[in-house]
Ligand binder design. Structure first.
Ligand SMILES: O=P(O)(O)OC[C@H]1O[C@](O)(COP(=O)(O)O)[C@@H](O)[C@@H]1O
Ligand SMILES: [Mn+2]
Length: 327
């Protein structure tokens, strides 16, 4: 983290501006819900998010984006966005849940997080092993280096419940077969999700979601975004990058990561002053999806800041007859 990040405070109004950015991406992606074309839905979200971002009075740098310049024509890592102003680092996922959207499933989001310069881990697009729990629990109650059973038992004890009452949210992937078996052996319950672990991690901090712990590997960029959300809403997350080959290791090194086995805590993933905004694309546990009707649409968003812990939900009505682009 740069020295700047320690002393720098983001303009709080920026949080309210950020929601326009996720609203625009969600509105665009939602038009393609259930159309079976992930790429088209993603591209629509990317285009809309980029246009909205470039309207903000910031000197923004995309730190977590759509990929490296050669593979992502827009919102690539290192891309400068905004009309000029405060220096801000940006982590974004214009469509978190491309497959969900293509199938019209649950919990697709348009997501952005802002940090003071240097706040985010420059995570390459590799997998990350993650563990997360909600707020109000003692620091270190779960740890990536503990066994699955140990984590579940400690969490149950702290929450004053049986292990059988604990629900672990895990991405439904063959790579998680062993993890799932260990959770079952420990006696806990499981909620398997098809995609969308930003939403899965945030669910740990929401009592109504029924999720107590998130476990397993997903995208590293999504780990950074989820950490930003938990910084604001409360909760703990740890992440460790997972590399499948030398090329992925080389990528990490290119972004200045020297210790490839490092276990990152929440501040290591998203430090300094952080803001997080998300708009529902499809219906989910936290947010309703975009609803479209003649001449307009409604969006449902959440915006939050680490500095104050204020969490706002914003319901917006968009009139396409007056604002055709929906931005
Ligand atoms: O599908 P994989 O390769 O297991 O990757 C998991 C990652 O993909 C997602 O499910 C969906 O992400 P995208 O829609 O942005 O591609 C993330 O939530 C998760 O971190
Ligand atoms: Mn994603």
């Amino acid at each position: 983290m740069s020295d700047n990040a320690e002393v720098f405070t983001m303009d709080r109004n920026l949080a309210l501006e950020a929601v326009r950015v996720t609203e625009a991406a969600a509105l665009a992606a939602s038009r393609l819900m259930g159309r079976g074309d992930e790429k088209m839905a993603d591209q629509a979200a990317v285009d809309a998010m980029r246009t909205a971002l470039n309207n903000l009075e910031i000197d923004g740098t995309v730190v977590i984006g759509e990929g490296e310049r050669d593979e992502a024509p827009m919102l690539f890592i290192g891309e400068k966005v905004g009309r000029g102003g405060t220096k801000i680092d940006i982590a974004l996922d214009p469509l978190e849940g491309t497959t969900i959207t293509a199938k019209g499933g649950q919990n697709a989001l348009a997501v952005i997080a802002l940090a003071s310069e240097g706040g985010f881990l420059n995570a390459p697009d590799v997998y990350m092993d993650k563990i997360a729990v909600g707020g109000g629990l003692p620091q270190g109650i779960v740890d990536l280096d503990n066994s699955v059973a140990e984590n579940l038992n400690n969490l149950a004890k702290e929450k004053g419940v049986e292990v059988a009452d604990i629900v672990a949210c895990i991405l439904d992937r063959p790579r998680h077969a062993d993890l799932i078996a260990q959770v079952r052996d420990a006696g806990a319950r499981i909620m398997l999700i098809s995609d969308g672990d930003v939403s899965g991690v945030i669910a740990t901090s929401q009592p109504t979601s029924g999720v107590d712990i998130y476990m397993g590997s997903g995208g590293a960029p999504e780990g950074v975004l989820a950490a930003a959300a938990l910084r604001c809403i409360g909760g703990q997350i740890q992440g460790r990058l997972l590399f499948r080959n030398d090329d992925e290791k080389a990528r990490a090194k290119r972004w200045g990561i020297t210790d490839l086995d490092k276990k990152y805590d929440i501040m290591g993933l998203a430090g300094g002053d952080v803001m997080f905004a998300a708009t529902g694309v499809t219906n989910g546990a936290m947010l309703r999806g975009v609803r479209r009707y003649a001449g307009g649409a409604t969006t449902h968003s959440i915006i939050m800041r680490s500095k104050t812990g204020t969490v706002r939900t914003v319901e917006a009505t968009h009139d396409f007859t007056r604002k055709p682009s929906g931005d």
